[in-house]
Write a protein that binds this ligand. Sequence first.
Ligand code: 2AM
Length: 481
Amino acid sequence: MTESADIALIGLAVMGQNLILNMNDHDFVVCAYNRTTSKVDDFLQNEAKNTKVVGAHSLKEMVAKLKKPRRVMMLVKAGEAVDNFIDQLVPLLEPGDIIIDGGNSEYQDSNRRCKDLKEKGILFVGSGVSGGEEGARYGPSLMPGGNPDAWPHIKNIFQSIAAKADGEPCCDWVGDGGAGHFVKMVHNGIEYGDMQLICEAYSLLKDALRMNQEEMSKVFDDWNRGELDSFLIEISRNILKFKENGDYLLEKIRDSAGQKGTGKWTAIASLEYGIPVTLIGESVYARCLSSLKDERVSACKLLDGPTSKFEGDKEEFVEHIRKALYASKIVSYAQGFMLLREAAKVFNWNLNYGGIALMWRGGCIIRSVFLGNIKKAFEKNPELTNLLLDDFFRDAIHKCQTSWRIVVSEAARLGVPIPAFYTALAFYDGYRSSRLPANLIQAQRDYFGAHTYELNDKPGVFIHTNWTGTGGKTASTNYLA
Ligand code: 2AM
């Protein structure tokens, strides 16, 4: 048997098949394998007919067909299936061989797998793959992380098949361990945020301004020509225009949003590491609230809102919405990058933030012109602590903030729910405050629980006050072992 294949790919669902065909287009020889081996034959006889793709009916046969160091990529269901394949592969591989997990794995699993395999001499890579079926076939965004020794051996394949933005591949090494899957998770969280912001803008156009779908589609079309130019605005424009049997389809779709969990994971990580990624959190909650459809239908008959109507200049307000959306989006990305920065500290990852923006610039669902600006901000200053502090984004927010405040207050006045716009503005106002009311929180905590507090002029020194004269002088920390 000849060792002729450049890489093996396990998992012949649509994503796996399309990645193989993409690799084949770029002149790599791929060996295809699947648990249900009949799918290998189906694939070779149909989609992969007349290509250089080869197949295998066992992992042993697959491994024997690979050039060394062997590269094995999995695109299988996250969780147990990944661990099972790793267990089966390890005895067939040699030190220096590479296992890549391209599925939607949790980053903690990738941290663990990377460490366990390193002990066995196998180089593990956990890679985010984004862009759906189309992306996998013609150029996904790829976010590989794991054992850095693997990168020189997979770089050429990965960067060849990845999407290109401004001539550069949307793929670079992310960092150690589970960094690739962490960055993919945050990408998905940001995707939730972008989608929610667009939905809130749609809600304002529809419920505050009473625009029809043709008018709204035109607004999105205009927006897509400027700062908001992005895949999600573009498809929203198309969705608004879409008719089936002469009727708009969008109005007929039940307003109960689904989710598969990656937005939730991002929100959980934000709580875990204490970073206020509020916009993604609100976006997850907004989906949760939407899915309480029956409860909302009952509540709507009992709970009143304001009866006020919009009375201003419609065209002017559309521009206010555009600016409010842009400012909120800047906050969302600033929060996402804050989470990445904190995770990098926790896990000792050396993340390249400009590189991450470039990976998201093309190929994936959140691709946009805006990500090009983020890349530039981090290129200018790789140590930038927060996107909001970059000149470009600071100026953009300054230009948008009057509109942002008008939109948020008008929505409150009219009773149109726009939680992501609200939370973005509240975050902005909190982040730019040198003094927040947390002094009162500290006082309350010390009052009822003797949790101690610091004085402004003595940070680091924790003291307790006997607020009532009966509480005693002992701070709660004194009880801790
Ligand atoms: P299958 O075709 O044999 O079901 C997406 O579901 C991919 O993951 C498919 O290639 C599927 O293989 C594979 N997969 C799902 N669960 C699996 C498991 N427990 N073990 C191995 N492969 C699995």
